[in-house]
Design a protein around this ligand. Structure first.
Ligand SMILES: [Zn+2]
Ligand SMILES: [Zn+2]
Length: 394
């Protein structure tokens, strides 16, 4: 069974209506209470089994097909961002300082659209479809995916395949973009405390200058990427904050640096963390200062698309009339869908919504982010088709 545009067209108005309703009422990470309630009601109205409170505010729907087959999970994240919306829309956010600037409102709408389509045809459906509505993707650190997994979302029944869709303002609308293998990076954040010994700016020799040591560390860290890491493996290190000192003639006692490391495979990731630590420590030591390096724990893993599954996904997407499917480069941003992919093979893919004619020109996370709603039905269609196709894998 595979659906086409005609099948999803009758749900289009409802999909857009849901998206606008959620867009107007955004909720921040871990606080998706109203959103979760709305989703649970909608799933129940479709006669889909619902579990709420999964990993906090997460909602899991289970649709049993009339035919035997695999368990396919489809995931949408639910949280908004602390951004004040700067687009004038009739369904603009009613909550100052909170906005669905990453498009998670559309993810919910598209997944509910897929649920409408699949529940209508449940008799012919092979296997079971699990709808994962996840809290706190934007939170970083532990994040909502991990909480849902710890709460059993990938078991009972055990998920065989998992798929996630994200819209992207930077890609033209009606284009699906994806790749086999790594598609999003691991985002490690570090803090370096450089401890010296303060004194008078006129007598640096009587001090241990943490500002000078910091400057050397910032410079030397770029040598990790250019001299120490495999040039064929993507690696980014950026120092993004540096704080020290109070007055123009005082050498301070300490400096603190913060930054991010991005990698696309777990081996490179481990090596990068080791080198950043050793370079910061030894460069500081060369100038008699001491560096304490700390990496934040529990950061999102690399998002890795299963190659075999993804080849099948690509051919499924290519069949959708009115869209185009391209292979994209990996993005150095991060996604906790990676945690679901550690539990089952699957694919994370993008759908472009950039459309200058409709004023959809700003990237995700921008206060001017605007979505070409025409693409939503295609997103629903793609998800529903993946559920059908992978449900009947033998
Ligand atoms: Zn985001
Ligand atoms: Zn997002």
């Amino acid at each position: 069974m595979a659906f086409d545009l005609g099948d999803v067209k009758k749900y289009e108005a409802e999909i857009v209506r849901i998206r606008r309703r959620i867009h107007a009422h955004p909720e921040l990470s871990y606080k998706e209470f109203e959103t979760a309630r709305f989703i649970a009601q909608k799933l129940k109205s479709l006669h889909i089994d619902v579990k709420t409170g999964v990993g906090g505010t997460g909602v899991v729907g289970l649709l049993k097909g009339g035919q035997s087959g695999k368990v396919v999970a489809l995931r949408a994240d639910m949280d908004a961002l602390p951004v004040t919306e700067n687009v004038n829309l009739p369904f603009k956010s009613v909550r100052p300082g909170v906005m669905h600037a990453c498009g998670h409102d559309t993810h919910i709408a598209m997944l509910l659209g897929a649920a409408m389509l699949l529940s209508e045809h449940r008799g012919e459906l092979h296997g079971k479809v699990k709808f994962l509505f996840q809290p706190a993707e934007e939170a970083g650190g532990k994040g909502g995916a991990k909480l849902m997994i710890e709460d059993g979302a990938m078991n009972n029944p055990k998920v065989d395949y998992v798929f996630g869709l994200h819209i992207l303002g930077a890609v033209p609308s009606h284009i699906f973009a994806l790749r086999p293998g790594p598609i999003m990076a691991a985002p490690d954040t570090f803090r370096i405390r450089i401890i010296g010994k303060g004194g008078h700016g006129a007598s640096p020799h009587e001090t241990v200058d943490p500002i000078f040591a910091s400057a050397q560390v910032v410079t030397a860290l770029q040598g990790v990427s250019s001299r120490m890491m495999d040039p064929t493996e993507p690696f980014v290190v950026s120092v993004c904050s540096i704080h020290s000192g109070t007055k123009d003639n005082i050498i301070p006692d300490e400096a603190s640096l913060e930054g991010t490391v991005r990698t696309l495979n777990e081996k490179t990731r481990a090596r990068a963390k080791r080198y950043v630590t050793s370079v910061a420590e030894s460069v500081s030591k060369a100038f008699r200062a001491k560096a304490e390096v700390e990496f934040k724990r529990d950061e999102y893993p690399v998002t890795v698309n299963d190659p075999r599954t993804t080849e099948k996904v690509i051919s499924s997407l290519k069949k959708i009339r009115g869209t185009r499917t391209i292979e994209c480069k990996p993005l150095m941003g991060a996604e906790d869908f990676s945690r679901f992919l550690q539990k089952a093979p699957g694919t994370y893919y993008f759908l472009g919504t950039g459309n200058p004619r409709k004023g959809c020109v700003h990237p995700n996370h921008s206060s001017g982010f605007k979505v070409d709603e025409d693409v939503l039905k295609y997103g629903s269609l793609s998800l529903a088709n993946l559920a059908c196709e992978f449900g009947s894998v033998t």
